[in-house]
Design a binder for this molecule. Structure first.
Ligand SMILES: Cc1cc2nc3c(=O)[nH]c(=O)nc-3n(C[C@H](O)[C@H](O)[C@H](O)COP(=O)(O)O)c2cc1C
Length: 169
């Protein structure tokens, strides 16, 4: 799947069935988060790849969605505030860039994932023993979609030319 098709066809997947991940897939996910752009190339981000099924269950339980814990992997994306000095916009953007890369890589490999911002970061910190200086921002459950055609619909705003567009031409 080329990258434009992946961008166009990716959907948030919230219902999973259990599946095995091979080492090539896991490596692709690690590459996806590592090779995202980064402000000042500081890489002010850190990722926990959680395969332990007890922890997967505990992490699902602290999401607002209360995801059914039937996925082989949950990635917890943290800002590395030690590198930026604080939870500044660049640390947040670094994490966001990696998360989008991850979602596209997952989709490109025929699996599903969802960007989860609504979770109890304090509880996630306890579950994973995340040290001070790292701020859990996004949780990404990854697995096999129950419906590969993807449940639910998606709307997008229509593209309207901003006034400025004419001036820039
Ligand atoms: C910053 C951010 C936070 C999100 N948090 C959640 C969340 O907590 N739970 C959830 O089910 N989806 C979450 N989503 C996914 C959005 O609901 C989803 O991307 C949106 O509905 C568009 O659907 P699509 O991803 O299928 O295009 C989040 C997305 C973003 C970008």
């Amino acid at each position: 799947m080329d990258v434009v098709e992946a961008i166009r066809t990716r959907r948030s997947i919230r219902k999973f069935k259990q599946c095995a991940l091979d080492s090539n897939q896991v490596q692709a996910f690690k590459d996806a988060v590592r090779w995202a752009p980064s402000a000042h190339n500081l890489e002010s981000r850190k990722f926990y790849f959680v395969f332990d099924q007890t922890k997967v269950k505990d992490l699902c339980a602290v999401t607002l969605n209360k995801f059914e814990p039937v996925m082989p992997l949950v990635v917890v994306a943290c800002a590395d505030c030690r590198r930026t000095g604080s939870l500044d916009k660049y640390a947040i953007m670094d994490v966001a860039a990696s998360v989008e890369n991850l979602l596209l890589a997952v989709h490109g490999l025929g699996l599903g994932a969802v960007w989860v911002g609504a979770f109890d970061a304090g509880e996630a910190r306890k579950i994973l023993k995340i040290p001070d200086g790292f701020e859990p921002l996004v949780l990404v459950p990854i697995g096999m979609p129950t419906d590969p055609r993807r449940a639910g619909s998606r709307k997008r705003k229509r593209w309207k030319s901003p006034d400025g567009e004419k001036k820039w031409k």
